[in-house]
Ligand binder design. Structure first.
Ligand code: UGA
Length: 443
């Protein structure tokens, strides 16, 4: 099937690559000429396990191509995905200007029926806006072609995106048209083997499903972070509580890990956007607002521990920081807790020696060169000349470090762990003063 994807971001690129891999002929359109050129040369703009070989091999086989030529893209695809960004506007509501610009472009260039699929995470009611924009553009140009607009949200996780797209646990199809459902069932048939993963529903429910899924996960995390604060208040250990409640299958073990807050391009943005669109519709989404507020303060938690430990005197301190990305297996720093921490440390007069297995270039891009930030080539090098260590991201390579070496290199045997990677009793045996989230303020 001929498929076009507008927007070569995370979702668009991974979607295009897996569609091409199963034999669809895919054209990707983006306004960024430099990105398009680099992709043609095999440079993938994001770090995502398995993505580079997938894109390269499908490009070489001619199953996927990259262009800035929107007219060509529209002419090519009978199915057209909209996968452009929906960044928050000043109020935190999702800004639809890119989505609607693509809708207008499609209507401007189309000369046959198109199935237009919203892949971007968009507020409920966006499909109606896309339809209206296309209808308006067509009528303005005196064109009488028909089209369908569907909602087909994406549920991939960064760091596991290729696998999530290849083996989705569900495919949500929001549509009001039988022919559109038939077309999408055909498009997705290579991904829909073993049992039927396609769940068909009305468009607005599909749009809300995407937000509800992310907000439910974010709620689990903020709830656990709140419990970790209570564990500190009451002298309990949140890790015992986590195991205790996770064993109930109705709660489950997933997404109940307390930590220094959730980040990334999805949870913060989506919780905020749903809360804002609820309030614009006259409804106060109290749970969502609380989820957001808890996460905001949780991102300041590590700094609070540090500030208290030093009674506010951080001037001239050098901090070794392991983990910059918002989670492991990505170089993405959007809304990362490490950024809140670093910025607070700098404001308090401390400097940072940081290491991350993938996000060093991204850190450099965001912060540039500054005297109070040194980017180090290894986690051990980050310890050299540092006073104490902080961990913000649970990369595998941080899980079994050489504690003797850590103690030897730091000027103080002091470790702040934002991801609860170690047992406090073990840290005590190593003679390390250990702060973790919700495990008793320090041991
Ligand atoms: C999230 C969802 O998990 C995907 O299903 C969804 O498709 C995606 O957003 C999206 O809307 O595009 P992602 O942002 O890649 O995926 O990352 P997650 O693995 O969900 O982690 C998000 C954040 O929550 C990370 O900062 C992580 O450290 C934190 N987290 C996760 C916790 O603090 N505790 C947990 O128990 C789990």
């Amino acid at each position: 099937m001929k498929v076009t994807v507008f927007g070569i971001g995370y979702v668009g690129l991974v979607q295009a690559a897996v569609m091409a891999e199963v034999g669809h002929e895919v054209v990707c359109v983006d306004i960024d000429q430099d990105k398009v050129n680099r992709l043609k040369q095999g440079h993938i703009p994001i770090f995502e396990p398995g993505l580079t070989p997938l894109v390269k091999s499908n490009y070489e086989a001619g199953r996927v191509d990259f262009t800035t030529d929107a007219a060509h893209g529209v002419a090519h695809g009978e199915v057209i995905f909209i996968a452009v960004g929906t960044p928050p506007d000043e109020d935190g509501a999702a800004d639809l200007k890119y989505v609607l610009a693509v809708a207008e472009t499609i209507a401007t260039h189309m000369d046959s029926h198109k199935f237009v699929i919203n892949k971007s995470t968009v507020p409920v009611g966006t499909a109606d806006k896309v339809k209206a924009m296309m209808a308006h553009t067509l009528s303005y140009a005196n064109k009488s072609m028909t089209f369908d607009v569907l909602s087909n949200p994406e549920f991939l996780k960064e760091g596991a995106a290729v696998n999530d797209c290849m083996r989705p646990d569900r495919i949500i199809l929001g549509t009001d048209s039988e022919s559109a459902e038939k077309k999408l069932r055909e498009l997705y048939s290579p991904f829909n083997r073993n049992h039927d993963k396609i769940i068909v529903m009305d468009i607005r429910s599909a749009e809300l499903t995407k937000y509800a899924a992310n907000c439910m996960l974010a709620t689990k995390i903020s709830f656990m972070n709140e419990m970790s604060n209570l564990a500190e208040v009451f002298g309990a250990d949140i890790e015992n509580v986590r195991k205790g409640i996770g064993s109930d299958p109705r709660i489950g073990y997933q997404f109940i890990y307390p930590g220094c807050g959730y980040g990334g391009s999805c949870f913060p943005k989506d919780v905020q956007a749903l809360a804002r669109s609820a309030s614009a519709a006259g409804y106060t989404a109290r749970v969502l607002e609380a989820v957001e507020a808890v996460n905001y303060s949780q991102k300041e938690k590590l700094f609070e521990y540090i500030y208290k430990h030093f009674s506010g005197d951080l001037k001239g301190k050098t901090v070794a920081l392991w983990g910059l990305s918002f989670k492991p297996n990505t170089d993405d720093m959007r809304e990362a807790s490490s950024r809140v921490l670093m910025e607070k440390l700098w404001a308090a007069g401390a400097s940072v020696k940081a290491y991350d297995p993938e996000a060093m270039e991204e850190t450099q891009r965001i912060y540039g060169s500054r005297d109070d930030l040194a980017l180090m080539g290894t986690k051990e090098a980050a310890l050299d000349g540092a006073d104490f260590l902080v961990i913000c991201t649970e990369w595998q390579s941080f899980r079994a470090p050489d504690f003797e070496l850590i103690k030897q290199k730091l000027s103080m045997p002091l470790l702040f762990d934002g991801r609860n990677l170690f047992e406090p009793t073990l840290m005590m045996e190593y003679g390390l003063h250990y702060y973790a989230i919700g495990r008793g303020l320090s041991v």
